[in-house]
Design a protein around this ligand. Structure first.
Ligand code: UD1
Length: 466
């Protein structure tokens, strides 16, 4: 089955693309080949990160484009006739998976220089996303809104992604149903059909980022006005709306909890630059703090970082905000803090694990409450293996800071948990070995290389094992 898919996939390839394919690691063909190797040789692919205790990080790094903006924006390209040029598209595994999925559906994708992707969706051949592609990440569900609007039909295998809870998609489906789509759910897939979507008033029970994006995209080509109430207000929603407006959509209120969309007949491709990744920036802020370093982080939108910056200042870390960069200086004594994850502009759940690593070595008791995902404490058992003193009570983690943690063999259970273990490894005494490190590549490009440039002692071991 997998081989059949890979062969089929290669037929879709344009010869002129091969040069780019060779040059850029996140191209689809290369992935297909390596997947094939795994299947054919019957070997297990091993990806480990080894870190040694690192002195204070120093220097500067540039943050890449935001994963969580790039994914919906790539999906939104399905709505347009003609080519879009997406600048600052990060070279991440999740972006690679989205490109694979889009290419399967029909658009022509070219990876150009300087993190630029060209995508032409004039022709969409398919409406269904197969399991092999859709199961790679939860965000694959974001093609559903655009396909429904453009093709009148879509079927997708239920999405995969990080193991951080059940992560239902009922709000997305309720939105589509309110716009007149007929929803059918089978074993492991969901299908939606509507000859023409109709604008509707949709109240989201929770300001879900994905549901807001999916409904927003579908509404752009629907008949009449759609109003999304209790919409998510994350910066990535605003970036998506800016892209859609640039393509010709009529959207008002993105970034507030009420978004109004008046459907238009057609959207056209355009050029758009993806916003900087606030979670990558936040992760490097914590890396600097945990090693008591001083680092300039470039290509940030300081407003997007406010919830992270505020918490760091409360801990006692000095943050200097400049136009498009920030300087983190962590020389002072740290204080314990309480953190509660919330939708934007609250503290981001995607930074919870990294802050947990930091609070593990801050003298006193810190409390972290996770309100967004019900199972997002999988990093706790791994941090405890390194000597952290953390107790879980329901959705709350009580962290008693210890003087030092020590290196151990640990496992990255998901993307941000993996990043948190790398941060812990920087400050731990001795050597930390993180298995399943491939999770980290879903959200950070050249993570180790950037850390090494700041003075970290870290390396990746990638190997096939019999
Ligand atoms: C997005 C981000 C992810 C981030 C999350 C919360 C992307 C690609 N991913 O994920 O990194 O951690 O926002 O900021 O942008 N829910 C429902 N029903 C639904 C949809 C969601 O109950 O139909 C629940 C989820 O189970 C979860 C909560 O709502 O508990 C938040 O989910 P949501 O905001 O949709 O997150 P994602 O879009 O999946």
């Amino acid at each position: 089955m997998i081989l059949r898919f890979l062969c089929k996939y290669k037929f879709n390839f344009k010869v002129g693309y091969l040069y780019e394919v060779y040059r850029f690691p996140f191209c689809c063909l290369k992935i297909s080949i390596s997947t094939k190797q795994i299947v054919m040789k019957g070997r297990i692919y091993v990806s480990k990160i080894i870190i040694e205790n690192t002195p204070s990080l120093k220097g500067y790094i540039r943050v890449d484009g935001a994963k969580n903006a790039a994914l919906p924006i790539l999906a939104a390209s399905l709505l347009a006739h003609g080519a879009s040029i997406l600048e600052d598209t990060p070279k991440l595994k999740d972006v690679e998976s989205m490109c694979e999925l889009l290419q399967w559906l029909g658009p022509d994708i070219r990876i150009l220089e300087n993190n630029t992707v060209q995508i032409n969706s004039s022709r969409i051949r398919k409406y269904a996303a197969p399991y092999e592609l859709a199961s790679k990440m939860r965000a694959s569900f974001l093609v559903m809104g655009p396909l429904l609007a453009r093709r009148g039909r879509t079927r997708i295998s239920l999405p995969g992604g990080c193991a951080i809870g059940t992560r239902p998609i009922d709000l997305h489906l309720k939105g589509f149903a309110a716009m007149g789509a007929k929803i059918t759910q089978g074993h492991g897939y969901v299908e939606a059909k509507a000859r023409k979507l109709k604008g509707a008033k949709i109240y989201l029970d929770f300001p879900s980022v994905g549901a807001t994006e999916n409904i927003l995209m579908a509404a752009c080509l629907a008949e009449g006005q759609t109003i999304i109430e209790n919409a998510a207000v994350e910066p990535e929603i605003v970036d998506l709306a800016n892209y859609l407006v640039n393509m010709g959509a009529n959207i008002k209120g993105a970034g507030t909890d009420t978004v109004k969309v008046v459907g238009v007949k057609e959207l056209k491709g355009c050029t758009h630059t993806i916003i900087p990744d606030r979670i990558e920036a936040g992760t490097f802020m914590v890396a600097t703090a945990i090693t008591k370093g001083m680092v300039k982080i470039e290509n940030v939108v300081t407003d997007h970082l406010k919830p992270i910056t505020a918490k760091m200042r409360e801990i006692g870390i000095d943050i200097e905000e400049q136009d498009t960069s920030i300087i983190v200086n962590a020389q002072d004594r740290f204080k314990p803090v309480d953190i509660k994850t919330l939708p934007f502009p609250g503290f981001p759940t995607d930074m919870q694990a990294q802050f947990m690593a930091l609070m593990s070595i801050v003298d006193g008791t810190s409390i972290i409450t996770e309100t967004i995902f019900e199972n997002r404490f999988m990093h706790v058992s791994e941090l405890k293996r390194m000597g952290a003193n953390i107790k879980i009570e329901g959705r709350t983690a009580v962290i008693e800071g210890v003087k030092k943690i020590t290196g151990a063999q640990v496992k990255a259970t998901d993307l941000r948990a993996g990043a948190a273990l790398v941060l812990a490894g920087l400050t731990a005494e001795g050597e930390t070995e993180i298995s399943e490190a491939k999770h980290i590549d879903r959200g950070y490009y050249e993570f180790e290389k950037k850390l090494i440039s700041l003075g970290a002692k870290i390396k990746r071991i990638e190997d096939d094992e019999d």
